[in-house]
Design a protein around this ligand. Structure first.
Ligand code: ADP
Ligand code: MG
Length: 693
């Protein structure tokens, strides 16, 4: 495979698209907050800020010609202002051409705005959604208000864009139009026969069509671009990896045979260990993902791989996403390896001074064989004597670029194993982890009891707390997870703090609180108290999501469970059911659930199979959602919806392979165009890898 030539430079044709938002006409300092919230930092982001739908408006002479619910364009005459005393909305009373009344409603305190837009006794053309409230026709915040005679300025079909406070549809549409005016003609990167088969428009036309109206073909093309760029990037990473030299780690089995295993390995574990061993023995570095549900026993698989490295006189590193998890791994792995001639050390951002120096020395002179820690283990100051294997746990917490950064350590490319408890549907593995080989732990260790999962109305909180009291009396421990309130950590935190105060009033010192904004030392202290049993109830935001292991905790309470995704609920539930005792998971729900939320909770009750739940999650999310949200940062798609990823990833994979194997690679004409696509979607990971390698 040819991947020669520099792809480290962004093609100049893209420069206008990567200019800062401030370079756009109409963007001033006042807009910086809303633009930031919407993720609109560069011109490119505007053209890819796609409409979620369109309003279709009817031009009418008078209000008799429309039904409530319709979007209309109509001439009215404002006749009276009605301000409410107690901060209610501000109303402008108006009449249409034949004397029908309508209230134009403005929320918020800026009543000056309504008066300015709608002076009394001056006819205006307004556009907006007609509603009925009791007997009265009304319109809340008209979308447009113009002078008579300018009705033509109001479009009958208009895109609806995701908004943030301080930004209006009209404003945003204007900015997007300005950005669209900057778009260059880009060379075509899609294979011609594929273009023909789907009858796809060019990139430029596809964007214009997508902003201009409902057009599935155009949207598919835009989604395909992103999926193709993603597949190509993954393929380049894979190819680059294949081209590198690694060192075969065969090992004599002396440590692995001597390891006193506290249990019999499951079939799935044996298979995964075998697959990993097979990779380690090659002279190309391993690039493998170990997928296994919470509790499926990934740690021991990792330990076996690490021991293989140590048997060869080399070092291994295990990276965890959080301090707590790193410490837990350190403790359980140290315990497991007790008595073996293996030195395990922990290194996190918290280790400072003399102890840190000693650890760094040990890593540099090779007396430390296995290093466990947070990302601190890959900082510049850390020099390994001979790192041969890197493992990262809870892979979904790390992005691709972090994944790649790890490969820079070590004299030759270390073998690489990523582990994740997120059971990705088979149909998505290609797009999420196409550069890796995959091992699956699809079998839980024996003796696990199913977790009794119940859905309860949140209004029965008192009963839940009474149940918790009985549980604590019997020396049980419990997790209490507070809801995701909003897309903001501080409001999540407020909810957790409030609940902790309430529970402390009842259970005193037996209640602890952890959240994401706590100092790591404090958080660990609370976690340690929970592990040791000093604390019986651990109230938290979702920070406990990953990996914490407290077998005595057999009760999980999740508030406002309908706000969590299926995958996340499953992860949370996986914190219990770790010991031999029966565990219970209570999902507290709010009122007025959507059908999807209802179905999600029902699925949680019916199934404990992470892979099954992941497939269902994908089905429920259906066409609507773009993959990659706050919870799943990895390989996020900006444009492609889950359904499109499933539909197009295999084709994009073939297309990318054709380009590289048949059509001359990145140096060919289409290859040059494909580089543009890589940069457009910032999938220039291939470039990063080539540079670092
Ligand atoms: P994961 O990281 O996949 O969520 P862990 O590696 O933490 O799971 O394992 C969960 C628990 O199951 C641990 O307490 C571990 O000791 C135990 N365990 C792992 N494999 C087995 C097995 N084959 N039989 C019995 N218990 C096991
Ligand atoms: Mg784990």
């Amino acid at each position: 495979m040819r991947i020669s030539g520099s792809i480290a430079m962004r093609p100049t044709i893209l420069n206008p698209l990567f200019a800062n938002a401030e370079s756009l006409k109409g963007v001033g300092p006042k807009l910086s907050k809303p633009l930031e919230r919407l993720g609109l930092g560069r011109v490119r982001d505007f053209i890819y800020h796609l409409p979620t739908g369109f309003v279709e408006r009817k031009r009418i002479e008078n209000l008799d010609q429309a039904e409530p619910g319709e979007h209309i364009i109509v001439e009215i005459l404002p006749i009276e202002y009605k301000s409410a005393y107690n901060r209610g909305p501000y109303r402008v009373q108006a009449v249409d051409a034949i004397g029908n009344h309508i209230s134009l409603i403005y929320f918020g305190r800026n009543t000056g705005w309504a008066r300015k837009q709608l002076p009394l006794d001056e006819k205006k053309i307004i556009a907006g959604k007609l509603e009925i409230y009791g007997e009265t026709l009304q319109m809340v915040h008209p979308d447009h208000v113009v002078k008579p005679g300018e009705a033509g300025q109001i479009e009958t079909s208009e895109p609806v864009y995701p908004l943030a406070d301080g930004m209006t549809q009209k404003r945003l549409a204007g900015l997007i139009a300005n950005a669209m005016a900057e778009t260059p003609d880009l060379p075509e990167w899609i294979e011609p026969s594929l273009m023909e088969k789907h009858d796809w428009p060019s990139w430029n036309d596809a964007l214009a069509l997508t902003h201009g109206g409902e057009n599935e073909r155009a949207r598919d093309r835009l989604a395909y671009d992103e999926i193709f760029a993603n597949q190509l990037a993954l393929m380049l990473v894979r190819a680059a990896n294949r081209g590198r030299k690694g060192r075969p780690l065969t090992g004599d089995g002396s440590l692995r045979d001597a390891l006193p295993l506290p249990f019999e390995l499951t079939g799935a574990q044996k298979r995964a260990i075998g697959e990993i061993q097979g990779d380690l023995e090659q002279d190309t570095p391993m690039l493998r993902l170990l997928q296994g549900d919470v509790g499926s026993g990934k740690t021991i698989v990792a330990v076996m791989a690490l021991l293989a490295a140590v048997e060869c006189g080399k070092q291994g590193a295990l990276l965890a996403p959080t301090e707590i998890l790193a410490r837990q791994h350190y403790e359980s792995i140290s315990r497991l390896l007790q008595g073996l001639p293996v030195n395990v050390a922990i290194l996190t951002g918290r280790d400072k001074g003399k102890a840190r120096e000693a650890t760094l020395m040990g890593i540099a002179d090779g007396s430390i064989h296995i290093v466990i820690g947070t990302h601190a283990i890959f900082q510049e100051a850390v020099q390994y004597k001979d790192l041969a294997l890197t493992i990262i746990d809870e892979q979904h917490r790390f992005g691709v670029s972090q994944r790649l950064m790890l490969s820079k350590k070590g004299r030759m490319t270390p073998h690489f194993l990523a582990m994740t408890a997120t059971p990705i549907p088979r149909t998505l593995t290609l797009s999420q982890y196409g550069e890796m080989d995959v091992s699956r732990l699809d079998e839980l260790p024996p003796g696990r009891q199913p977790i009794d999962t119940r859905v309860i109305s949140g209004e029965r909180l008192d009963e839940v707390i009474a149940g918790l009291a009985r549980h604590i009396e019997k020396d049980g421990q419990a997790y209490w997870v507070c809801p995701l309130v909003a897309e903001s950590e501080s409001s999540d935190l407020a909810a957790a703090e409030e609940r902790a105060v309430q529970l402390k009033a009842r259970f005193g010192d037996k209640v602890g609180l952890v959240h994401g904004q706590m100092k790591p030392e404090l958080k660990d202290a609370v976690m340690e108290d929970f592990v040791s049993g000093k604390i019986a109830v651990l109230v938290s935001t979702t920070v406990i999501e990953v990996g914490v292991d407290v077998p005595n905790s057999t009760l999980m309470i999740i508030e406002a469970a309908e706000r969590f995704g299926l995958a996340q609920l499953h992860q949370l539930r996986g914190r219990v059911g770790r010991g031999s005792d029966k565990s219970v998971c209570l999902l507290l729900r709010g009122n007025g659930l959507s059908d999807t939320a209802r179905e999600r909770l029902a699925l949680m009750r019916a199934s404990q199979d992470g892979f099954h739940l992941a497939e269902e999650d994908l089905r429920l999310r259906g066409g609507g959602e773009v993959l990659g949200t706050r919870q799943s940062g990895d390989n996020a798609f900006r444009t492609a919806r889950a359904e499109q990823v499933v539909r197009f990833a295999p084709t994009a994979n073939d297309d990318a392979r054709l380009l590289i194997d048949r059509d001359g690679g990145l140096d060919s004409e289409r290859g040059q165009a494909a580089r543009v696509a890589l940069y457009l979607f910032e999938r220039d990971v291939g470039a990063m890898l080539l540079r670092s390698g």
